[in-house]
Design a binder for this molecule. Structure first.
Ligand code: 8NA
Ligand code: MG
Ligand code: MG
Ligand code: MG
Length: 353
């Protein structure tokens, strides 16, 4: 079969950047009121006859990216430099990037991993992650938030799973962390193939995750954290139920899927946001396209807005392609010009495999 078009690769990286930069403005807020969010978005549009006021145009400032994009770019640059996954190179890039710009909003615990990775005594790059949280490993969403590049270089689903896991394990040794990265990478992989219905998109994800979560460590980690078996697969089935309803209150989404910094409380939420936004939303003005609707919906949920929106943005960007990336949104984001170059190079490598 023909490889996916280059515009999907560009859409993926641009969607991820948008989600992070726009979402970061609202990160950590318990409630995000839609009118305030829509007002903020109008401020990014060029002033026109019906556009924003002069004041908004003057006040336009660059929206900075956070740890999500900083690490996502380490993943991409490492894959491009080595032509494949290289654990030592990727680990070094994470640690050096953090050392160079430590104030990008990193998770509290992951910083310890970066410091150990820079030590000359570190001979196994997976070891610092394994000893986090008294040997339990992190279940944060940091492995998932940065993983999209893996799906943009490996065409085969088995490789996507394998290298999503390894790239996440550099910082997240708990299976509730790295399984979230596998799920996010699978979602980007499927989105890249294009015109899948939302039913078959979900069915394929459930099929993969029931297999991924059936291994001994996943079963043991879920039990140790007090979760039911196959927690990601169960949430995917909950998404299926939600999509069959005509409306789902935000409170139900937060209760069943979450908006937190754990991968389990954010990756399924990102996937749900992508899938529900295939249809129009009475609360979101119709002039916004599907990709914009995805990002608006994610941010409206509050909590870890930058990370949920960056994950959903990567999926939606891969699915809809760069045509749905609004220039005025993109140009508001720090270092947006780099996505195009990185995406073009990833597309080239993907096509050579
Ligand atoms: P991490 O590995 O430091 O995990 C993040 C947090 O999750 C930790 O600081 C802990 O509080 C908690 N955690 C993870 N694993 C365990 C465990 N086994 N036991 C107990 N607690 C645990 O970093 P990460 O890279 O996964 O974090 C990513 C998130 O943090 C992203 O959202 C990123 O944007 C950042 N961040 C989030 C917020 C926010 O308010 N939502 C604010 C600043 C930064
Ligand atoms: Mg962040
Ligand atoms: Mg975040
Ligand atoms: Mg462009």
């Amino acid at each position: 079969r023909l490889p996916p078009a280059r515009g999907r690769f560009r859409g993926c990286l641009a969607g991820a950047l948008l989600g992070d930069c726009l979402g970061a403005t609202f990160e950590g807020r318990e409630v995000v009121a839609l009118p305030e969010l829509l007002r903020f978005l109008r401020g990014l549009e060029p002033p026109g006859p019906a556009g924003g006021s002069g004041e908004e145009a003057d006040g336009k400032e660059t929206l900075c990216y956070t740890d999500d994009t900083a690490m996502a770019r380490c993943v991409v640059r490492s894959l491009l430099a080595k032509g494949e996954f290289d654990q030592v190179d990727m680990a070094r890039r994470f640690a050096e990037e953090h050392k160079k710009e430590p104030d990008r909003g990193y998770g509290m615990a992951v910083v310890k991993v970066f410091k150990k990775l820079l030590s000359p005594k570190c001979s196994d790059v997976f070891e610092p992650a394994r000893v986090q949280f008294n040997g339990k490993g992190s279940y944060g969403n940091g492995g998932a938030m940065r993983v999209a590049g893996v799906s943009l270089i490996y065409p085969e689903v088995q490789d996507v799973k394998k290298f999503a896991k390894l790239s996440a394990e550099l910082t997240h040794a708990n299976s509730l962390g790295y399984n979230g990265a596998i799920l996010q990478a699978l979602a980007v992989h499927l989105a890249l193939q294009g015109e899948l219905s939302r039913e078959s998109f979900l069915e394929q994800l459930i099929g993969h995750m029931e297999d991924v979560e059936a291994d001994d460590k996943s079963l043991a980690d879920a039990r140790a954290m007090g979760f039911e078996e196959l927690p990601f697969s169960r949430r995917l089935k909950k998404i299926k139920e939600f999509l069959e309803l005509s409306t789902v209150p935000k409170s139900d989404v937060l209760l069943e899927l979450g908006n937190g910094i754990a991968a389990l409380e954010s990756v399924p939420t990102a996937i749900y946001s992508f899938l529900r936004s295939m249809k129009s939303d009475p609360d979101i003005p119709d002039h916004y396209n599907n990709l914009q609707r995805v990002i608006i919906y994610c941010i409206s949920l509050g909590g870890d807005t930058d990370t949920i929106a960056t994950m959903a943005g990567a999926i939606a960007g891969a699915y809809y392609g760069e045509e749905q990336v609004p220039p005025c949104w993109e140009q508001s984001c720090e270092a947006f010009q780099e996505t195009e170059m990185l995406a073009n190079s990833l597309h080239e490598l993907y096509c050579q495999r």
